[in-house]
Design a protein around this ligand. Structure first.
Ligand SMILES: Cc1cc2nc3c(=O)[nH]c(=O)nc-3n(C[C@H](O)[C@H](O)[C@H](O)COP(=O)(O)OP(=O)(O)OC[C@H]3O[C@@H](n4cnc5c(N)ncnc54)[C@H](O)[C@@H]3O)c2cc1C
Length: 353
């Protein structure tokens, strides 16, 4: 995988070692889309869940449903594959852990595109069983690989509703500005801190090697990083037409934040869990014993379902926005450019009226 000029991981063929088998093109979910029938259809539409362990819940992005699944599979010989933030490379990356304790760096959403190799490649060798957590596209593509190789029994797959992944350039440009006189490579990042509770958990925090906070911001209006992430200003192009939203998935279980009316006073975090396979039903039965759970009504499920985050056309000027991020003070130039884009979009709406 190589980083593109827009700051996304894309596969490149090494002509010197390629044997021309065509496997990469056959398996690629972008070049050769996965038909809906090849995905699993949802069997359990949704249950609200949050971890009983308060410390684990605090460290999780929402209700910690993934933490409960980790605990359920820990006694069954599974290893764990998830995403940590690697400040030395300013990137998110999949890594492998043998125990739930070693899996702790995976807790918390990292709103970046993760590098899946070499962790995904390593899991394909040997006989070990693995829980794999990733975005819906990563998981559907991985499912296709393990299906092709006849090794599905060794894996339990979890994905989440995904807002799309923003360009690494947006993150790097933001860091150059927010880190001030610190070296960005020495800073750890937390995207969904819960210091002020969960409902307002757009808390973005950078800490140095001693754990001291060097940057923190809470409100999405002032926090330009979140503003551009949530507005999908510079997401990966395939995210804008994501085929994995809705009631089909390559995973056994899908989780998401549950911001329902019923939990509007909740400050600790609530997940919504959806189950897609018989294996998923079995594992969730065990995982639910680590959680408090409440069934959801069909109205509650439908209300959130209509708010699918991705699959909207890219914002006007996206390409230029990403190019400007390379400039000195690029974050601010790109932001100003996006304001012009917003004004232009408003004007066009007015003219159309
Ligand atoms: C890029 C991104 C966009 C998201 N968009 C939405 C959304 O629009 N709506 C919504 O309801 N939920 C969204 N989520 C999911 C949500 O933020 C929570 O991660 C999810 O509800 C699980 O919560 P938890 O408390 O069980 O997980 P936690 O215990 O906090 O664990 C988070 C899990 O996500 C995995 N992970 C973290 N970062 C990445 C990454 N960059 N790529 C792949 N896997 C990762 C980790 O391995 C870990 O297992 C998004 C997550 C990401 C990473």
């Amino acid at each position: 995988m190589k980083q593109s000029r827009e700051g996304f991981w894309v596969p490149r063929v090494n002509a010197a070692t390629c044997i021309g088998c065509g496997q990469c093109v056959r398996l690629c979910p972008t070049r050769n889309p996965i038909p809906r029938e090849a995905l699993h259809q949802r069997v359990v539409s949704g249950v609200a869940a949050w971890l009983k362990d308060a410390a684990l819940l605090r460290a999780s992005s929402s209700g910690g449903a993934i933490g409960a699944i980790v605990q359920a599979l820990a006694g069954e010989g599974y290893g764990f594959c998830g995403v940590r933030y690697a400040p030395e490379h300013l990137r998110a990356e999949h890594f492998l852990a043998e125990t739930p304790e070693a899996f702790a760096p995976a807790r918390g959403s990292k709103y970046l595109q993760s590098l899946t190799v070499p962790a995904f490649r390593e899991m394909l060798t040997g006989e070990k069983k693995w829980l794999v957590v990733g975005t819906p596209c990563q998981i559907a593509a991985f499912r296709r690989v393990i299906q092709t190789r006849g090794m599905e029994d060794r894996f339990f797959l979890v994905d989440f509703v995904c807002h799309g992944v923003p360009s690494a350039k947006l993150w790097e440009a933001f860091l150059r500005r927010a880190a001030k006189d610190h070296n960005p490579h020495d800073l750890d990042a937390i995207w969904r801190g819960k210091t002020r509770g969960w409902q307002d958990s757009w808390e973005l925090r950078l800490t140095d090697n001693d754990g001291k906070t060097v940057y923190v911001d809470y409100a999405t209006q002032n926090n330009l990083w979140y503003r551009h992430f949530l507005r999908c200003t510079a997401q990966n192009l395939p995210c804008y037409s994501c085929p994995f939203v809705g009631t089909h998935s390559g995973a056994d279980i899908r989780v998401r934040d549950f911001w329902g009316e019923r939990f509007k006073e909740n400050t600790a975090g609530v997940s919504r869990v959806e189950v897609y396979t018989a294996h998923g039903v079995e594992v969730w039965e065990h995982a639910a014993t680590f959680c408090e759970t409440e069934p959801l009504s069909s109205e509650e499920i439908a209300a959130v379902e209509t708010k699918m985050p991705c699959a909207t056309p890219p914002a006007w000027g996206r390409k230029t926005f990403i190019r400007l991020l390379d400039w000195p003070n690029g974050f601010i130039w790109a932001h100003r450019w996006s304001l012009i884009g917003c004004a232009w979009a408003r004007l066009r709406r007015l003219i159309r009226k």
